[in-house]
Design a protein. Structure first.
Length: 178
């Protein structure tokens, strides 16, 4: 019978997030995670065979948390979905900073990861389908929020204007759909 690991996979992911938050994606290595967690590289590799596996696990965790904030799919109400998307974006941005977002960019260097991300966006656009003015307004609002996210990733939000821009998107969405 094997020895019980002293740190859990979730504990390692928590430590990995702190490393990325403090030093960016480049600071995250198997060695830096082992040191932060007080374990050996082999201890980390027991849970994550490579840095790619570790980054994928972080992205999967973030995506899962974000998807949980979106809630269940409600057919035929793209505006309600975009409002939930904006709320989830606001909430997730408190935890996500530009350094963590930079890690997402490196994640997308893999063709398999890009494909998975495209599939995620395709599922979003299916939820926003339709040829009504309301559906179109919802899609434009979604694209505006994603554009803001990219700007935030690139550190443009140094003055904390992020939430004010999200307020603008919500205001315009409200005006277009009522």
């Amino acid at each position: 019978m094997g020895r019980k690991p002293s740190i859990s996979r979730e504990g390692l992911l928590n430590e990995a997030e702190e490393i990325v938050r403090a030093g960016g994606g480049a600071a995250l290595t198997i060695g830096s995670l082992a040191q932060a967690a007080g374990t050996s590289k082999g201890g980390v590799q027991y849970s994550f065979a490579s840095k790619d596996d570790l980054v994928r696990a972080l992205v999967d965790r973030w995506t899962g948390q974000f998807d949980a904030m979106l809630g269940e799919h409600s057919e035929g109400d793209p505006v309600a979905f975009v409002r939930r998307y904006i709320a989830a974006t606001r909430a997730s941005q408190q935890a996500m900073n530009a350094k963590m977002a930079g890690l997402l960019v490196s994640y997308l260097e893999s063709p398999a990861n890009r494909r998975e991300t495209r599939d995620w966006y395709r599922a979003i656009f299916e939820r926003l389908g339709g040829d009504t003015d309301t559906a179109r307004a919802a899609r434009v609002a979604f694209l505006a929020v994603e554009g803001l996210f990219l700007m935030h990733m690139n550190g443009i939000d140094e003055d904390g204007e992020w939430t004010a821009f999200l307020d603008d998107v919500e205001c315009v969405l409200e005006r277009l759909t009522n």
